[in-house]
Ligand binder design. Structure first.
Ligand code: ARG
Length: 583
């Protein structure tokens, strides 16, 4: 559609020049004015002429009528003026032919506008905290982040995916104490991150118990915990470079990463960098120095802060009163490092909406520091996830892990798949693609800011707007093409309304991709996939494809099936989904 819209806006610009004079409206402006009428009996494309009234100094009705007589092109079967609208009716056969040929020519790249060539985007996403559970709250950052990476890559950007793992902080002091008290090396080697989480939960509970006990029944009395003190001491030793603690820390990190990798593999995610928070330890002082030299730091209760009153935000904490650095300090140092290293045109951070203020604050600090790239920083927030209505509680260990969520989806799909695919290896391969895909699709079906209540039955259902349903539709296109033994070719056989609708939806793909990128919203692609699947299934059920007697028409229908197959595969890939050929 994009191509036709472009062409139409150029034709319109010419017509306006001829009728009304030069330099009045540009093709770009006209492009933005063109609409898809909700009711296609009015036309397939329309120009609301009231938008031109002022510049052209005529009534919308006069403008529409003047232009209707002037604009002609082979793809339009009629151009009519109706109540101040200029309506374009597309001729289905020519149009479908062009779209199918665009898809074939574009191949894997069909849908890309290559707007990002020569530009670099760094994306910071997933970024779990080591030795804390990798739970369903991370689903958003992981799949939105990766989908945005794939979308940008598709559009020609060179992308750097960064897993900014939370591998530094006081939790390591706690973990070291817990490990020394209760830990067991073999158990952790076998049980992985789950064992670390158990230790972490245990020490947190123990610290809380000590604190409560120290208050002697008086809730207003000061709290104290020996284990808390011991944890801070171990962290201080770690920060000072104590070799024993460093070795433990390295081990905790690698055990955790090994575990995350399994989930990433199921999702087909690979990162380009794993530089986590610890990497920036020696890069913060220079930024703190710069802030101080610029007079941006104020001392508040012993802490060093940047005052953001003028921008209606609370202060941004840079150093605690004991001189230790904070989350914003590290983010500032990391952003400077990434700009120096990658010269990014855009740096995208995907986190829960709970961190929106944090990003707004340190983005402002970066601006105040005079970094001219401050406006290339983008925070992409998303809403909360609950499962069957239950919210998460991280500290108590009452969480649903991402890997368990996927495992459950996979095993449920396997039960159904086994009937059709008794070979266990084949069954599990399909079940993994469909199970993981179901979770991802369900999640990415909503606008990212919406809070989501995850219901497994709904996600796994084969009838409904689900992952399994669209993967099944894809498999259906594969089966038709396999039986056809050819990818078909568009002929001049006249096409009906269903084929035309399908062709129009295929033609919308490039616009949807661009919209998903511009709005940082993968759900635009998810919803597009549902539209395309629905249009294809209607066509499949009502038009004979392989049994069509008219050979020319059959060929066109196979070609439309091929184009659908191609676009579904690309679109599914862009939202981190696999497309199995058989289900
Ligand atoms: N590790 C953090 C968390 O789990 C997310 C990090 C997001 N990225 C960043 N550059 N701050 O909450």
């Amino acid at each position: 559609m994009l191509t036709l819209k472009k062409k139409t806006s150029e034709l319109l610009a010419d017509a306006i020049t001829q009728k009304f004079g030069e330099g009045l409206v540009s093709p770009d402006e006209l492009f933005r004015m063109l609409e898809y009428p909700p009711d296609s009996t009015m036309g397939d494309l329309a120009l609301p002429c009231f938008r031109l009234s002022r510049v052209l100094r005529r009534s919308p009705v006069q403008i529409a009528e003047a232009l209707a007589a002037k604009v002609k092109c082979a793809e339009f079967s009629a151009v009519t003026a109706v109540n101040g609208y200029l309506n374009f009716k597309i001729s289905p056969t020519d149009f479908a032919k062009r779209v199918a040929s665009d898809v074939t020519k574009g191949g894997e790249k069909y849908g890309s506008s290559m707007r990002g060539v020569g530009k670099t985007v760094v994306l910071d996403y997933s970024s779990p905290n080591v030795a804390k559970p990798f739970h369903i709250g991370h689903l958003g950052t992981t799949v939105i982040g990766h989908s945005l990476k794939l979308l940008h890559e598709f559009d020609g950007y060179s992308c750097v995916g960064i897993n900014y793992i939370g591998d530094w902080g006081t939790q390591f002091g706690k973990l070291i104490v817990a490990y020394k008290l209760w830990g067991n090396r073999e158990q952790i080697e076998k049980g992985g991150v789950d064992e670390l989480v158990k230790l972490y939960v245990r020490i947190n509970n123990a610290i809380k118990d000590e604190e409560i006990a120290s208050q002697n029944g008086n809730p207003d009395a000061p709290k104290h915990s020996d284990l808390g003190d011991a944890s801070r001491a171990e962290f201080a030793r770690l920060e000072a470079g104590d070799e024993k603690n460093l070795a433990l820390w390295r081990w905790f990190v690698s055990v955790s990463l090994l575990e995350y990798e399994k989930t990433y593999k199921q999702l087909g995610i690979e990162f380009d960098s794993y530089k986590g928070e610890s990497f920036y330890t020696d890069k913060m002082p220079a930024q703190v120095e710069k802030l101080r030299n610029m007079g941006l730091l104020e001392i508040d209760d012993g802490a060093s802060i940047v005052n953001l009153d003028k921008w209606n935000m609370p202060v941004c904490l840079i150093l605690k009163s004991d001189g230790t650095t904070l989350y914003p300090t590290r983010d500032i140092a990391a952003a400077v490092y990434r700009q120096d290293t990658y010269k990014f045109d855009k740096a995208i951070y995907v986190t829960s909406a709970a961190q929106t203020l944090h990003f707004a604050q340190w983005f402002k600090v970066v601006e105040l520091m005079g970094y001219e790239w401050y406006d290339r920083l983008v925070h992409v927030p998303y809403g909360t996830v609950s499962i069957n209505g239950a919210k998460l509680a991280t500290r108590t260990g009452n969480v649903i892990l991402l890997k368990d969520l996927f495992a459950e989806a996979i095993s449920r799909v396997a039960e159904i798949t086994r009937e059709k695919h008794p070979d266990e290896a084949e069954c599990m391969e399909i079940a993994e693609k469909v199970g993981v895909g179901a979770v991802v699709f369900y999640y990415l079906s909503n606008n990212r800011m919406r809070d989501i209540n995850f219901i497994m039955e709904d996600a796994l259902s084969f009838d409904g707007n689900t992952g399994p349903y669209v993967q099944y539709t894809y498999a259906r296109t594969c089966s038709v093409l396999e039986r056809a033994g050819t990818t078909g070719e568009m002929t001049d056989a006249p096409l009906g309304e269903l084929e035309f609708t399908l062709a129009k939806t295929l033609a919308l793909f490039p616009e949807k991709v661009a919209q998903a990128i511009d709005e940082y919203e993968p759900s635009v692609v998810t919803r597009y996939i549902l539209d395309l699947a629905a249009d294809f299934n209607r066509f499949y059920h009502e038009c004979k494809i392989l049994s069509c007697e008219d050979e020319a028409l059959k060929s066109s229908r196979i070609a439309l099936t091929s184009a659908t197959n191609r676009v579904l595969k690309t679109a599914l890939r862009l939202i981190c989904m696999q497309s199995p050929e058989k289900i």
